[in-house]
Design a protein around this ligand. Structure first.
Ligand code: GUN
Length: 295
Protein backbone atom coordinates (compact mmCIF):
# COMPACT_ATOMS: atom_id res chain seq x y z
CA UNK A 1 0.00 0.00 0.00
CA UNK A 2 1.27 3.49 -0.80
CA UNK A 3 1.75 5.86 2.13
CA UNK A 4 -1.31 7.87 3.23
CA UNK A 5 -1.88 11.33 1.84
CA UNK A 6 -0.93 13.99 4.38
CA UNK A 7 -3.89 16.38 4.76
CA UNK A 8 -2.35 19.85 4.87
CA UNK A 9 -4.59 21.70 7.34
CA UNK A 10 -2.14 24.59 7.53
CA UNK A 11 -2.42 25.33 3.80
CA UNK A 12 -6.22 24.91 3.83
CA UNK A 13 -6.51 27.21 6.87
CA UNK A 14 -4.34 29.86 5.19
CA UNK A 15 -6.65 29.85 2.17
CA UNK A 16 -9.69 30.14 4.43
CA UNK A 17 -8.17 33.00 6.43
CA UNK A 18 -7.35 34.81 3.18
CA UNK A 19 -10.99 34.49 2.06
CA UNK A 20 -12.23 35.73 5.45
CA UNK A 21 -9.79 38.67 5.34
CA UNK A 22 -11.17 39.73 1.96
CA UNK A 23 -14.77 39.32 3.16
CA UNK A 24 -14.03 41.41 6.28
CA UNK A 25 -12.62 44.24 4.12
CA UNK A 26 -15.71 44.12 1.91
CA UNK A 27 -18.08 44.15 4.90
CA UNK A 28 -16.38 47.26 6.19
CA UNK A 29 -16.26 49.00 2.80
CA UNK A 30 -19.88 48.27 1.88
CA UNK A 31 -21.64 48.33 5.24
CA UNK A 32 -19.24 50.15 7.59
CA UNK A 33 -19.24 47.09 9.83
CA UNK A 34 -16.02 45.85 11.45
CA UNK A 35 -16.38 42.46 13.19
CA UNK A 36 -15.14 42.52 16.79
CA UNK A 37 -13.96 39.61 18.95
CA UNK A 38 -13.50 39.83 22.74
CA UNK A 39 -11.32 37.16 24.32
CA UNK A 40 -11.44 36.79 28.10
CA UNK A 41 -8.74 35.00 30.06
CA UNK A 42 -8.71 34.51 33.83
CA UNK A 43 -5.41 33.65 35.53
CA UNK A 44 -1.88 32.94 34.34
CA UNK A 45 -1.98 29.46 32.76
CA UNK A 46 1.03 29.70 30.35
CA UNK A 47 -0.49 27.57 27.56
CA UNK A 48 -3.72 29.60 27.68
CA UNK A 49 -1.72 32.84 27.56
CA UNK A 50 -0.04 31.69 24.34
CA UNK A 51 -3.36 30.60 22.77
CA UNK A 52 -5.00 33.91 23.67
CA UNK A 53 -2.13 36.04 22.35
CA UNK A 54 -2.22 34.04 19.13
CA UNK A 55 -5.99 34.48 18.76
CA UNK A 56 -5.67 38.26 19.28
CA UNK A 57 -2.88 38.61 16.71
CA UNK A 58 -4.68 36.50 14.11
CA UNK A 59 -7.95 38.38 14.62
CA UNK A 60 -6.26 41.75 14.03
CA UNK A 61 -4.31 40.42 11.04
CA UNK A 62 -7.62 39.53 9.38
CA UNK A 63 -8.83 43.13 9.75
CA UNK A 64 -11.19 42.57 12.68
CA UNK A 65 -11.23 44.32 16.04
CA UNK A 66 -9.66 42.27 18.84
CA UNK A 67 -10.08 43.07 22.54
CA UNK A 68 -8.33 40.88 25.09
CA UNK A 69 -9.48 41.05 28.72
CA UNK A 70 -6.82 39.64 31.03
CA UNK A 71 -8.25 39.13 34.52
CA UNK A 72 -6.35 38.04 37.64
CA UNK A 73 -6.81 34.48 38.97
CA UNK A 74 -8.68 35.86 42.03
CA UNK A 75 -11.46 37.36 39.86
CA UNK A 76 -14.84 36.38 41.30
CA UNK A 77 -17.51 34.67 39.25
CA UNK A 78 -19.74 37.74 39.66
CA UNK A 79 -17.02 40.04 38.32
CA UNK A 80 -16.61 37.76 35.30
CA UNK A 81 -20.38 37.65 34.75
CA UNK A 82 -20.49 41.47 34.90
CA UNK A 83 -17.84 41.67 32.17
CA UNK A 84 -19.79 39.21 30.01
CA UNK A 85 -22.97 41.28 30.49
CA UNK A 86 -21.06 44.37 29.28
CA UNK A 87 -19.70 42.49 26.24
CA UNK A 88 -23.16 41.09 25.43
CA UNK A 89 -24.47 44.68 25.37
CA UNK A 90 -21.54 46.13 23.35
CA UNK A 91 -22.64 46.59 19.71
CA UNK A 92 -18.99 46.70 18.53
CA UNK A 93 -18.37 43.18 19.85
CA UNK A 94 -19.83 40.34 17.77
CA UNK A 95 -17.94 37.41 19.26
CA UNK A 96 -17.08 36.53 22.87
CA UNK A 97 -14.67 33.75 23.79
CA UNK A 98 -13.88 32.83 27.39
CA UNK A 99 -10.65 30.84 27.40
CA UNK A 100 -10.89 27.51 29.23
CA UNK A 101 -9.99 26.17 31.70
CA UNK A 102 -11.25 28.71 34.25
CA UNK A 103 -9.99 28.69 37.86
CA UNK A 104 -11.68 26.11 40.12
CA UNK A 105 -13.76 28.65 42.07
CA UNK A 106 -15.61 29.65 38.88
CA UNK A 107 -18.45 27.53 37.47
CA UNK A 108 -17.57 27.25 33.77
CA UNK A 109 -21.04 26.24 32.64
CA UNK A 110 -22.60 29.27 34.40
CA UNK A 111 -20.10 31.52 32.61
CA UNK A 112 -20.54 29.92 29.18
CA UNK A 113 -24.31 30.02 29.68
CA UNK A 114 -24.18 33.78 30.32
CA UNK A 115 -22.74 34.55 26.86
CA UNK A 116 -25.30 35.77 24.31
CA UNK A 117 -25.71 32.65 22.10
CA UNK A 118 -25.47 34.84 19.00
CA UNK A 119 -22.00 36.03 20.15
CA UNK A 120 -20.88 32.56 21.29
CA UNK A 121 -18.14 32.03 18.68
CA UNK A 122 -16.89 28.92 20.51
CA UNK A 123 -20.34 27.34 20.01
CA UNK A 124 -20.32 25.98 23.59
CA UNK A 125 -23.62 27.52 24.77
CA UNK A 126 -26.44 24.97 25.25
CA UNK A 127 -28.58 26.96 22.81
CA UNK A 128 -25.96 26.46 20.08
CA UNK A 129 -25.55 22.77 21.01
CA UNK A 130 -29.34 22.46 20.68
CA UNK A 131 -29.45 24.33 17.36
CA UNK A 132 -26.76 22.00 16.00
CA UNK A 133 -28.64 18.93 17.24
CA UNK A 134 -31.89 19.92 15.49
CA UNK A 135 -30.29 21.40 12.36
CA UNK A 136 -30.97 25.10 12.98
CA UNK A 137 -28.42 27.77 12.05
CA UNK A 138 -26.20 28.67 14.99
CA UNK A 139 -22.53 28.90 15.87
CA UNK A 140 -20.66 25.59 15.65
CA UNK A 141 -17.59 24.65 17.76
CA UNK A 142 -14.45 25.51 15.80
CA UNK A 143 -12.44 22.27 15.98
CA UNK A 144 -15.18 19.94 14.69
CA UNK A 145 -16.23 22.53 12.11
CA UNK A 146 -12.67 22.77 10.78
CA UNK A 147 -12.31 18.97 10.82
CA UNK A 148 -15.44 18.46 8.72
CA UNK A 149 -14.27 21.13 6.25
CA UNK A 150 -11.04 19.15 5.77
CA UNK A 151 -12.98 15.89 5.37
CA UNK A 152 -15.31 17.33 2.73
CA UNK A 153 -12.40 18.90 0.87
CA UNK A 154 -10.60 15.55 0.92
CA UNK A 155 -13.46 13.14 0.28
CA UNK A 156 -16.28 15.15 -1.31
CA UNK A 157 -19.70 13.69 -0.47
CA UNK A 158 -19.57 11.81 2.86
CA UNK A 159 -22.99 10.16 2.49
CA UNK A 160 -23.21 6.63 3.83
CA UNK A 161 -19.66 6.43 5.15
CA UNK A 162 -18.99 4.82 8.52
CA UNK A 163 -17.57 7.43 10.89
CA UNK A 164 -16.13 6.46 14.26
CA UNK A 165 -15.34 9.27 16.69
CA UNK A 166 -13.16 8.37 19.65
CA UNK A 167 -14.00 10.85 22.43
CA UNK A 168 -17.33 12.18 23.69
CA UNK A 169 -16.47 15.71 24.85
CA UNK A 170 -18.94 18.57 24.48
CA UNK A 171 -16.22 20.56 22.67
CA UNK A 172 -15.23 18.03 19.99
CA UNK A 173 -16.75 14.51 20.11
CA UNK A 174 -20.45 15.34 20.44
CA UNK A 175 -20.58 18.27 17.97
CA UNK A 176 -18.44 16.25 15.53
CA UNK A 177 -21.05 13.47 15.71
CA UNK A 178 -23.81 15.95 14.91
CA UNK A 179 -21.92 17.45 11.97
CA UNK A 180 -21.13 14.04 10.46
CA UNK A 181 -24.72 12.90 10.98
CA UNK A 182 -25.81 16.03 9.08
CA UNK A 183 -23.50 14.85 6.26
CA UNK A 184 -25.41 11.53 6.28
CA UNK A 185 -22.59 9.46 7.74
CA UNK A 186 -23.34 6.47 9.96
CA UNK A 187 -21.83 7.74 13.19
CA UNK A 188 -20.52 5.84 16.21
CA UNK A 189 -19.14 7.69 19.24
CA UNK A 190 -16.62 5.62 21.20
CA UNK A 191 -15.16 6.53 24.60
CA UNK A 192 -13.10 5.24 27.49
CA UNK A 193 -15.70 2.57 28.37
CA UNK A 194 -16.15 1.25 24.82
CA UNK A 195 -15.51 -2.51 24.52
CA UNK A 196 -12.95 -3.72 21.99
CA UNK A 197 -12.16 -0.27 20.65
CA UNK A 198 -9.63 -1.51 18.02
CA UNK A 199 -12.30 -3.76 16.44
CA UNK A 200 -14.67 -0.80 16.27
CA UNK A 201 -12.15 1.66 14.85
CA UNK A 202 -11.26 -0.89 12.14
CA UNK A 203 -14.82 -0.49 10.77
CA UNK A 204 -14.33 3.26 10.21
CA UNK A 205 -14.09 4.86 6.77
CA UNK A 206 -13.61 8.11 8.72
CA UNK A 207 -11.79 7.84 12.04
CA UNK A 208 -11.74 10.90 14.31
CA UNK A 209 -9.41 10.76 17.32
CA UNK A 210 -10.29 13.25 20.05
CA UNK A 211 -9.28 11.66 23.33
CA UNK A 212 -6.24 13.65 24.48
CA UNK A 213 -4.02 10.57 24.92
CA UNK A 214 -0.70 10.66 23.07
CA UNK A 215 -0.44 8.17 20.17
CA UNK A 216 -3.18 5.93 21.60
CA UNK A 217 -4.60 4.87 18.21
CA UNK A 218 -2.24 2.35 16.63
CA UNK A 219 -1.71 1.52 12.97
CA UNK A 220 -3.53 -1.83 13.21
CA UNK A 221 -6.64 -0.10 14.63
CA UNK A 222 -7.14 1.57 11.25
CA UNK A 223 -9.00 0.18 8.24
CA UNK A 224 -6.72 0.22 5.17
CA UNK A 225 -7.47 3.31 3.11
CA UNK A 226 -9.46 5.10 5.85
CA UNK A 227 -9.33 8.87 6.34
CA UNK A 228 -8.00 9.75 9.79
CA UNK A 229 -8.59 13.07 11.54
CA UNK A 230 -6.30 13.51 14.53
CA UNK A 231 -7.61 16.21 16.87
CA UNK A 232 -5.09 15.49 19.66
CA UNK A 233 -2.48 18.04 20.72
CA UNK A 234 -0.32 16.34 23.37
CA UNK A 235 3.00 17.58 24.66
CA UNK A 236 5.43 14.70 25.37
CA UNK A 237 9.17 14.48 26.13
CA UNK A 238 11.44 14.87 23.09
CA UNK A 239 12.21 11.63 21.17
CA UNK A 240 15.94 12.36 21.59
CA UNK A 241 16.86 11.16 25.13
CA UNK A 242 19.49 13.90 25.50
CA UNK A 243 16.98 16.62 24.66
CA UNK A 244 14.32 14.95 26.82
CA UNK A 245 16.76 15.05 29.75
CA UNK A 246 17.00 18.83 29.21
CA UNK A 247 13.21 19.03 29.49
CA UNK A 248 12.65 19.52 25.72
CA UNK A 249 9.24 18.45 24.46
CA UNK A 250 7.45 17.78 21.16
CA UNK A 251 3.80 17.76 20.19
CA UNK A 252 2.08 14.53 19.09
CA UNK A 253 -1.51 13.63 18.27
CA UNK A 254 -3.83 10.91 19.56
CA UNK A 255 -2.80 8.71 16.61
CA UNK A 256 0.56 6.91 16.28
CA UNK A 257 1.32 8.77 13.04
CA UNK A 258 4.30 6.75 11.82
CA UNK A 259 2.27 3.52 12.02
CA UNK A 260 -0.99 5.04 10.80
CA UNK A 261 0.54 6.60 7.70
CA UNK A 262 1.37 3.11 6.40
CA UNK A 263 -2.29 1.98 6.62
CA UNK A 264 -4.59 4.99 6.18
CA UNK A 265 -5.59 6.54 2.86
CA UNK A 266 -5.27 10.08 4.20
CA UNK A 267 -4.36 11.52 7.59
CA UNK A 268 -4.00 14.90 9.29
CA UNK A 269 -0.53 15.44 10.79
CA UNK A 270 0.10 16.93 14.24
CA UNK A 271 1.06 19.72 14.16
CA UNK A 272 -0.20 21.21 10.90
CA UNK A 273 -3.50 19.34 10.53
CA UNK A 274 -6.62 20.22 12.52
CA UNK A 275 -4.94 22.81 14.79
CA UNK A 276 -4.67 25.63 12.22
CA UNK A 277 -8.30 25.03 11.21
CA UNK A 278 -9.54 25.76 14.73
CA UNK A 279 -8.36 29.36 14.69
CA UNK A 280 -9.47 29.88 11.08
CA UNK A 281 -12.97 28.74 12.10
CA UNK A 282 -12.93 31.10 15.09
CA UNK A 283 -12.35 33.97 12.65
CA UNK A 284 -15.07 32.59 10.38
CA UNK A 285 -17.54 32.35 13.28
CA UNK A 286 -16.75 35.94 14.30
CA UNK A 287 -17.35 37.15 10.75
CA UNK A 288 -20.59 35.11 10.59
CA UNK A 289 -21.80 36.53 13.93
CA UNK A 290 -21.09 40.09 12.72
CA UNK A 291 -23.00 39.53 9.45
CA UNK A 292 -26.00 38.08 11.32
CA UNK A 293 -26.00 40.99 13.79
CA UNK A 294 -26.65 43.29 10.82
CA UNK A 295 -29.69 41.20 9.91
N1 GUN B 1 -9.11 26.02 25.73
C1 GUN B 1 -8.56 25.10 24.91
N2 GUN B 1 -9.22 25.07 23.72
C2 GUN B 1 -10.18 26.00 23.80
C3 GUN B 1 -11.18 26.47 22.88
O1 GUN B 1 -11.32 25.99 21.75
N3 GUN B 1 -11.99 27.45 23.33
C4 GUN B 1 -11.86 27.97 24.58
N4 GUN B 1 -12.72 28.93 24.94
N5 GUN B 1 -10.96 27.58 25.45
C5 GUN B 1 -10.12 26.60 25.05
Amino acid sequence: MPEAKRIDGKAFAEGLVNRITRAVAELQARHGLKPGLAVVIVGEDPASQIYVRNKGERTEASGMRSDTHRLPAETSQDQLLDLIADLNADPGIHGILVQLPLPDHIDSSAVLGAIDPDKDVDGFHVVNAGRLAVGLPGLVPCTPLGSVMLLKDQMGDLTGLNAVIVGRSNIVGKPMAQLLLAESCTVTVAHSRTRDLPALTRTADILVAAVGRPEMIKGDWIKPGATVIDVGINRVPSADPEKAAQGKTRVVGDVAYAEAVAVAGAITPVPGGVGPMTIACLLMNTYTAACRSAG
